[in-house]
Design a protein around this ligand. Structure first.
Ligand SMILES: *[C@@H]1O[C@H](CO)[C@@H](O)[C@H](O)[C@H]1NC(C)=O
Ligand SMILES: *[C@@H]1O[C@H](CO)[C@@H](O)[C@H](O)[C@H]1NC(C)=O
Ligand SMILES: *[C@@H]1O[C@H](CO)[C@@H](O)[C@H](O)[C@H]1NC(C)=O
Ligand SMILES: *[C@@H]1O[C@H](CO)[C@@H](O)[C@H](O)[C@H]1NC(C)=O
Ligand SMILES: *[C@@H]1O[C@H](CO)[C@@H](O)[C@H](O)[C@H]1NC(C)=O
Length: 559
């Protein structure tokens, strides 16, 4: 039998704007997504107005408000600065240019019955920053904030408050996420809400690699946008490696002059400054990594004597190995080099690498053998590495603006003596034992082992990332306090500007929630699934090509 459009359950009259807001989504779900399962993966219905990563505490009531651009103001009630003003410009654009605002959508909704049950309007968001802005984000900065959406005398108002500009940034992101598109675009409905929020771990990062493939500046800035939307706060910039040296040093221009892929694939000082400033405006620290003594082939052409010549029999064979730790000139060079790095990158931390040092070339070289004899460390290449790292740490510790360094776990594993405030980044398998050892030694640590996003596989692998928790090892609470957080890593061997964003997101969003949200709220991937779908759609609406998590769709844009 034919059914008239009016009796079709998809078009039944809905009493409230709230329900119509929900129904807008439902119409598309019914018309586009028939069939519940496909290829073994269930179709997942996105939530509406939920926050990713999930806040510490969210309380809502059934009361709701409506809001639209013509009658909504952001009002700064206390301190302000460029970070806040630019954030308001950003979030006004994000909030009031969602895809429901387009003409086609308006036409789609013309047939809707327009019987308004009036809800109170939400007239604005008051922003109360109770302390002055800080200039740069840093490890351990305060990111706590509170949001209240409520009403008095039939007028809704919202307040966002924090003692820290970084908390205000996180709160603006949350505010943008609790709004549910209303079918009369461009308006939203939003429930009466109280949110209290703050991070579980202070260091929530993403590693990008600009040596294996050069990443254009814009891709790095997009990445910072999305980090901030995930409430992540560190861009770990693995800027050089064996394959290419795109970092332009003013003191040693030959490094990039001879070590970059070519002279278009460079990061000049102004561009690095732009990345740092963009990070600052988004509450994202930019922590550079200059990995030595391994992973350094690209340093060689521009800095003769830096790398160890490898021998075949009693002659150099023309190839080079790790940094030559026996060449005293190298330490003078490193001192100058890192002095410039420290001036260019304001973050107090620098990553010094130290991973995957191959000892073969050192073993072949007679000068190295002699040196080791003199030092009474014959045969112990871990000790030779220690000689190098000890000097490097001393150089970096004496830089005026740096007071911390991060190293990969091998430095610790090889028994190198490291300063007590070193942060050890754990990346290998068997991380539970490693974290137990590192923290038993009293060192701070970051977890990455379970979050190597460059390893791709079929299926909803975000669930694997989501099932990994940094506390999941045998250790005392004192040991667990040493965990600073972790980093997702998107190594660049098979990643360039064509796939950086879609391959990283929203897979790294799983890591973001593990590191931001309370442990007890971020355990269950099934309950996270509809929320991460909604969040992924929000990133799509905002213009980022973030990949699919499984069968689903986002309204608008044919996605
Ligand atoms: C928001 O309000 C609507 C309408 O009263 C209600 O149906 C819904 O459950 C509320 N949502 C939340 C998350 O409280
Ligand atoms: C927004 O601010 C303008 C300028 O102060 C004011 O005229 C307007 O009434 C405000 N709108 C609302 C909804 O409060
Ligand atoms: C927000 O303001 C309320 C009321 O003054 C206060 O109790 C709360 O601690 C503030 N929250 C933050 C994160 O500063
Ligand atoms: C190496 O050992 C010899 C003999 O025990 C000793 O004289 C020398 O000082 C040692 N050298 C170093 C660098 O420790
Ligand atoms: C913790 O220790 C217990 C008892 O020794 C062991 O059964 C368990 O596998 C360990 N857990 C981890 C994560 O290493």
């Amino acid at each position: 039998m034919n059914k008239s459009t009016n009796s079709d359950s998809r078009f039944v009259h809905k009493e409230s704007r709230y329900e119509r807001g929900i129904m807008w989504r439902e119409v598309l779900i019914l018309s586009l997504a028939s069939g519940a399962a496909h290829g073994g993966f269930p179709y997942i219905t996105p939530t509406q107005g939920q926050v990713w990563p999930i806040p510490r505490e969210v309380k809502t009531t059934e009361k709701y408000f409506i809001m639209g651009p013509e009658n909504f103001n952001f009002t700064i009630k206390a301190h302000t600065c460029d970070v806040l003003e630019l954030a308001l410009a950003r979030y006004s654009a994000i909030i009031f240019s969602y895809p429901g605002g387009d003409k086609q959508k308006k036409a789609d909704h013309e047939n809707w019955r327009n019987n308004d049950i009036s809800a109170d309007p939400l007239t604005g968001l008051d922003i109360v920053l109770t302390k002055e802005c800080e200039k740069y984000p840093y490890l351990g900065m305060n990111e706590e904030y509170d949001i209240r959406v409520s009403s008095s005398n039939n007028v809704g108002t919202a307040t966002l408050n924090s003692t820290s500009i970084w908390g205000i940034l996180r709160g603006l992101e949350t505010f943008s996420q609790i709004l549910i598109p209303d079918p009369k675009p461009p308006t939203y409905v939003v429930n009466e809400t109280i949110i209290k929020d703050g991070p579980r771990f202070p260091h929530r990062g993403l590693l990008i690699d600009t040596s294996r493939h050069y990443l254009p500046l814009l891709q790095i800035l997009y990445t910072i946008d999305i980090l901030a939307m995930n409430k992540m706060n560190v861009l770990h910039w693995h800027i050089v490696d064996s394959q290419s040296f795109p970092y332009v040093s003013e003191a040693f221009p030959e490094l990039s002059g001879k070590g970059a892929y070519n002279q278009e694939r460079l990061y000049a000082p102004e561009e690095i400054g732009q990345v740092i400033d963009y990070g600052r405006l988004n509450g994202v620290r930019v922590v550079p990594e200059f990995d030595t003594p391994g992973h350094t082939q690209s340093w060689g052409p521009g800095q003769p004597g830096f790398l160890t010549p490898c021998y075949s029999g009693d002659k150099p064979d023309g190839t080079f190995g790790p940094v030559d730790p026996t060449n005293e000139d190298n330490y003078d060079f490193l001192k100058e080099f890192f002095k410039e790095v420290a001036e260019r990158f304001p973050d107090h931390y620098v990553h010094l690498g130290g991973d995957e040092v191959s000892f073969d070339c050192w073993k072949s070289n007679p000068q190295i053998t002699d040196f080791m004899k003199k030092e009474n460390i014959t045969g112990d290449y871990g000790k030779l590495e220690e000689v190098y790292i000890t000097k490097l740490l001393e150089i970096v510790s004496n830089l005026p603006t740096k007071n911390g360094y991060i190293i990969w776990q091998e430095v610790f594993d090889n028994g190198v003596k490291i300063a007590p405030d070193t942060v050890v980044q754990v990346w290998k398998g068997g991380w539970q034992d490693e974290m137990a050892k590192v923290t038993e030694g009293g060192f701070k640590t970051l977890l990455s082992s379970c979050w190597y996003l460059d390893y791709i596989s079929y299926g909803a692998d975000w669930r694997n990332y989501y099932s990994c928790d940094p506390f999941d090892f045998n250790g005392t609470s004192t040991q667990k306090e040493l965990i600073q957080g972790g980093e997702a890593c998107i190594w660049g061997e098979f990643v360039d500007k064509t796939n950086l964003i879609p391959r990283t997101w929203p897979r790294a969003s799983a890591v973001a929630e593990k590191l931001w949200s309370p442990e007890e709220l971020s355990k269950d991937a099934n309950s996270a699934a509809p929320r991460i779908e909604e969040f992924r759609c929000k990133l799509v609406y905002r213009g980022y090509n973030v990949e699919s998590l499984g069968p689903s769709f986002c309204m608008g844009d044919n996605i």
